[in-house]
Design a protein around this ligand. Sequence first.
Ligand SMILES: [Zn+2]
Length: 450
Amino acid sequence: MPNQPHRSDGTESPAEAEVVDLVSSLIRFDTSNTGELETTTGERECAEWVAQQLAEVGYETEYVESGAPGRGNVFARLKGRDSRALLIHGHLDVVPAEPADWSVHPFAGAVEDGYVWGRGAIDMKDMVGMTLALARQFKRNGTVPPRDLVFAFLADEEAGGKYGSHWLVEHRPDLFDGVTEAVGEVGGFSLTVPTRDGGERRLYLVETAEKGIAWMRLTVKARAGHGSFLHPDNAVTMLSEAVARLGRHTFPLVPTDAVVDFLAAVSEETGLEFDTASPDFDGMLAKLGGISRIIGATLRDTANPTMLRAGYKANVIPQSAEAVVDCRVVPGRQAEFEREVDELIGPDVEREWITKLEPYETTFDGHLVDAMNDALLAHDPHARTVPYLLSGGTDAKAFAKLGIRCFGFSPLQLPANLDFAALFHGVDERVPVDALKFGTRVLEHFLLHS
Ligand SMILES: [Zn+2]
């Protein structure tokens, strides 16, 4: 479906004209975050390039390394009429990619078939490119936005932000002086749903809440011994039982405000019913297609075992066995979640948190939400914004510690049949060229009215 061009004569803004090149260039920096300091090496070069793009048009930039050499972040500020600043943040790191699995090289930045291809195309060098393009356009035009805009390009989001946003919030809070609100990933993208009257409606999902992240190590310590003897207190057996119980467990459905509002909006448009009390709720949700994998995970806590370690020889029963479990907790559920986990794993299993990041939640209202609505409607008259809860985590968790109100808003108008959820950290990650240009127009409107 056509959307409104930014200018009445149909020509592109300077930001629209360069956004595809910028995203493609960003993808060509291999900023793979392996989770290990020794092997995560591309961020500095990418950050320096971003700083150069900003300096070229007259910004004073600050390059900051966050806790370890090479973990590069870049900050720039555009003075507005009001000093209550808005933070626009994007991370420069990406998850690793295996070139052999891809149709194009993941770090070539190919522009083909109407898409920009490569690792980071939607997570989140798309938003970084749109932000960069607009920052450059504003500076060149001498634009004075309604409020200070703080542009932040960050390291280490994909490993939880210990060497990125969390370090910056703790050691350099001055970089966020005056910031009251923020926008970043993962929201603002469209989801096309069939309407009651046989038409289609584009919902734009704005992230207003995030589940907590709780990575847990489980350890069983028992008696070592010979593999040929009777040995009921075998650490490997005991750990495996606990891990299987946890991995098979379904936590209770806990609909939060964001999820309830989201489902109500989808019902209103589509006529589909979502009764969270029904035993067939998952079946109702599946009618939403690919997005149901994201939404389904926002309704309950999850505990997915991801790593196992034990033993060193076939005939030696080891003294200990270890597992790592990736847990994601619905806002407000932490205490209840821990009680349930302890009951499942039993008294012989020790548990400790490796990483624990609080959930985040704000309301879907106020001036900034109005500005998102207006910006989307100005460029897509079929738009309807709806709040949603993200099952993952973003740098918003760090900024919330400074009292900053955070939203996921990186606008993209997507083709109705694109399985967007499958592209996150997926093979053949790509973003439509049209979506980038649309997003740039919406973001411009938003930033100039925020
Ligand atoms: Zn991301």
